[in-house]
Design a protein around this ligand. Sequence first.
Ligand SMILES: Cc1ncc(COP(=O)(O)O)c(C=O)c1O
Length: 495
Amino acid sequence: MSDVLARLLAMQSGDVPVTGGRTLAYVYDSGLEEADRVGREAVAAYAGSNGLDPTAFPSLLTMENELVGVAARLLDGPSSTVGTVTSGGTESVLLAVQTARDARPDIDRPRMVLPVTAHAAFHKAAHYFGVEAVMVDVDEEFRARPGAMAAAIDQRTVLVVASAPSYAHGVVDPVTQIAAAAAARGVRCHVDACIGGWVLPYAARLGRPVRPWTFAVEGVTSISVDLHKYAYTPKGTSILLHRTPQLRRAQFFASAKWPGYTMLNTTLQSTKSGGPLAGAWAVVNTIGDEGYLALTEKVLDGVDRLVEGIAGIEALRVVVPPESTLVAFGADATCDVFTITDAMTRAGWYVQPQLSFEGHEPTIHLSLSAATADLVEEFVAALTRAVDAAVAVGPISIDAGIVAFVQALDPAALSDEDFDGLLAAVGMTGGPSGDGGDGGVGLPDSMAEINALLDLASPPLREALLSAFLDRLLRPTATPAQNLAPPTQDQPPAG
Ligand SMILES: Cc1ncc(COP(=O)(O)O)c(C=O)c1O
């Protein structure tokens, strides 16, 4: 192996593993080595291909049309259904919102109606495209309230959104009623099935109860479904489907207003690597329909055993019965979910903390993969130990003075120096900001106290603090990479 590749792999060993089933957020692992190998080789073979121009790379066009066809059939699309392969769930959501906005140029200040549980990608779309997000409260099981959603639609509404399922709690919204209310007002209805779209149709085929949510539901005009989640493909692919080509039209961007090639884009990217598309095509064709059915059976059986296991741990409570592969659970007053999260990390399991929101307790999120299904009993044993340890130390208590201080902070009024001080105070240490110098920020060893403090902060303060942290993380390193840059003046040559 070349020295450079050896260094790359050495660096990668510090990341959470993407296979092995012990990472329960961010990655999705089929546990099928052959599918992984084929996917990796396809990505490598197409890494240099450019999806910008299908006439120059017709194989990419073929792969995209085939994948969209598979997705449309899976999600009950009528024969008119069209779609686009995008780089991920967020891009699919952005494009759904942009398309809905641009299809209604007659509406001056467009709005979209969202349940509060909709993915943050919709807030990004609101921010990027100037579409106001009208937030609607959900019921006690975190499902959208169709009556309230319908009541929130007005003359300025260009889009109504439902999730199948929601990321944070894993529940499917009542799409039938929501889509009907949208259709009655002549408004588009997007179903965000980024995380569940490749699981729920197979769950239904396995005889599990699944609320209707696909194009079989009248009024659903577009659906986003990620391949890089439960189609278990390499990262970088999602699909945005529209019920008809007319509904998709405003998604395309063309510009001939310059002397070069006429730029013609279906997505936010223009030049785009063919790697992810080829990787997705290869994995979907390797696993196949029967393969996905088997993977879904396996992972849902794992979810059942996991829920039973959590029910057996006194301090824990599953927030709502899962409707797919996602599980959220909270802890009682004897311990802290943030302490449990850290203990799980130390034990080699990656689980994701979710901060409290609008009066709802903080929870731990698990996205189960098929590969994790084999390890559920081991996971539950590790979780039991983590909870015992968390109960032994008790819930994290934060000094009342600090609580009052954090809650009084106005993020808009904080300077860079304030953020430096605050980050250092909570253990997210860093050097001075803004000097481009050696202000390297270390990743904290333990997150429990930091999360407990963030949990006290308002959403705008969380956003500001974490953005400040990210800003300080993302600074060029002072040490030049070997062979790539001359030493800087304040950096003596090595050796
Ligand atoms: C329901 C839902 N929508 C959108 C997204 C965003 O997808 P991505 O992270 O691929 O951009 C996610 C990610 O988990 C999701 O669960």
